[in-house]
Design a protein around this ligand. Structure first.
Ligand code: GDD
Length: 325
């Protein structure tokens, strides 16, 4: 019989790549999306999969739909990827972020425990939970303490702890993937990589003049979403539930990332880039560099994309997009 997967946040970057991966592996995939006043583009990342995935309306804050769906579907695997995923926005809407990213996880964990406890459960935990904390050797790993620096990070720490608690208290196969930043052409264009690439391409094509950025001195460990959804699947197919850091082990500043894109497109940074206080955060997470030794050893996971290759793919995507339109 086909394995069944249930994905919240299926319409997002990771949800759509994961749905693609799992359908290719022969899974029947189910997902929920929130009702939105504009239906256009809501499922744009999933249109090519329409036949293979079954989408229902649902929300982490609407408990009854979670209970009903899990009871009916009886999935083998549950991937909780839904969230208010933008860190800076979490300072503007802290309560909503906490409701979705913390209480929402408690809701789906309860629905899981009460209706489909034989399933395996994946929680999209985040490197944002590390916040100010870096080990002496300059890495963050499974043992690094959490010191979150945003409402988003605080809510994710709560969710992380709940998942671990459910694993121990109720003997559930509940896991945390602590994923570092991961990008792709499907990344929302208000995250820094895709904002830089999309705007630089528009500048190159004469459609725009300025790129306004916030703190360009923070460092991130950027991987490719396609590699990271493969890690999610491996995490749930490992012999025991656990928590895993997924990262490339390399770190670069926002400035270095921007330099690469501007050099590639032969654009003059001085002419086009401006710093705008609007994009600064009340508290910044300054430095991320993950150590995935554990995932490499036990899950046999490794990233396939190189940083430059990923940015090139994003540049090509936006070039094609504007040349076609
Ligand atoms: N978004 C954005 N826009 N970020 C900017 C800008 C800008 O104009 N200018 C500078 N930055 C800096 C941010 O201050 C941050 O230091 C860095 O670029 C990366 O920002 P984002 O791309 O927004 O990602 P993030 O690191 O805050 O959060 C992402 O990664 C987390 C994992 O560490 C998100 O995907 C989270 O959902 C995820 O958990």
């Amino acid at each position: 019989m086909k394995k069944k997967a249930f994905i919240t946040g299926i319409a997002g970057q990771d949800g759509s790549y994961l749905a693609e991966l799992l359908t290719k592996k022969g899974y029947k995939v189910f997902g929920i999306i929130r009702r939105n006043s504009t239906v256009e583009h809501q499922k744009s990342r999933l249109e090519h999969l329409d036949k293979d995935v079954e989408i229902s309306y649902g929300d982490l804050l609407n408990e009854s739909s979670l209970h009903q769906l899990l009871k009916k579907i009886q999935p083998n695997e549950i991937y909780n990827l839904a969230a208010q995923s933008h860190v800076r926005v979490s300072f503007e809407i802290p309560q909503f972020t906490i409701k979705t990213n913390a209480l929402g996880v408690a809701n789906i964990l309860e629905a899981y425990r009460l209706n489909s406890r034989n399933a395996k459960f994946y929680q999209a935990s985040s490197s944002e939970m590390f916040g100010r904390s870096v080990d002496k050797d300059g890495y963050q790993r499974e043992t690094t303490p959490f010191q979150p620096t945003s409402p988003y990070g605080c809510a994710k720490v709560f969710a992380f702890n709940m998942v671990k608690h459910y694993r121990i208290a109720y003997k559930l196969f509940a896991c945390n993937g602590i994923l570092f930043n991961h990008e792709s052409p499907r990344r929302g264009s208000n995250f820094v990589t895709n904002k830089v690439v999309k705007t630089a391409v528009r500048i190159k094509l004469g459609l725009e003049k300025k790129l306004k950025l916030g703190n360009i001195n923070s460092y991130r460990d950027w991987g490719h979403s396609k590699d990271y959804v493969e890690a999610m699947r491996l995490i749930l197919n490992y012999k025991k539930p656990d928590d895993w850091v997924i990262a490339t082990g390399q770190t670069r500043s926002v400035k270095q990332m921007t330099d690469y894109v501007f050099n590639k497109l032969k654009l003059n940074k001085k002419k086009h880039i401006f710093i705008d206080k609007k994009y600064f955060r009340p508290e910044e997470l300054k430095y991320l560099r993950g150590d995935s030794t554990k995932a490499k050893k036990y899950l046999k996971w490794k990233p396939n994309y190189r940083f430059e290759e990923m940015l090139d793919e994003m540049i090509d995507f936006w070039m094609d997009h504007y040349e076609r339109s």
